[in-house]
Design a protein around this ligand. Sequence first.
Ligand SMILES: [Zn+2]
Length: 144
Amino acid sequence: MSILTSASGASVWRGYEYYTMKRVVSLEKVGEDEYEGQVAGRGEEPYHVKINTAHIRRSRCNCPHADGTQKICKHMVALYFAAYPKEADKYIAEVEEYEREEQKCLEEHCAEVRSYVNSLSKKELQEELYRTLIEIEEMKNKYW
Ligand SMILES: [Zn+2]
């Protein structure tokens, strides 16, 4: 269990953005595995954030999302990245690697579809187009 694995994917991403946008306005090491600081949120007053990397559930933030709960919010993630910048570098490297893979996969898939379409005769294309249009119609009726 870590701050990053306990937070939702969206909170980690937003936390990373907060960190890179320098919204962590203060950071202090207050214990062996504890950090406290202030993270600017949407309002005028920054949130008070405390993270404990040994006991994740002792982490606190007074934002509406996390206050009074044991949820790990983006402010905690931002403070965590400020305390451990190497983890932020590791995280963004992983995100970029994932995106590259996705892009490659997409390109390969598109190339496959393109070569399939090119291999069809006019009659086959007409048939394929007809079926595709009908399918789109059906999907519209189903979801719209
Ligand atoms: Zn928060």
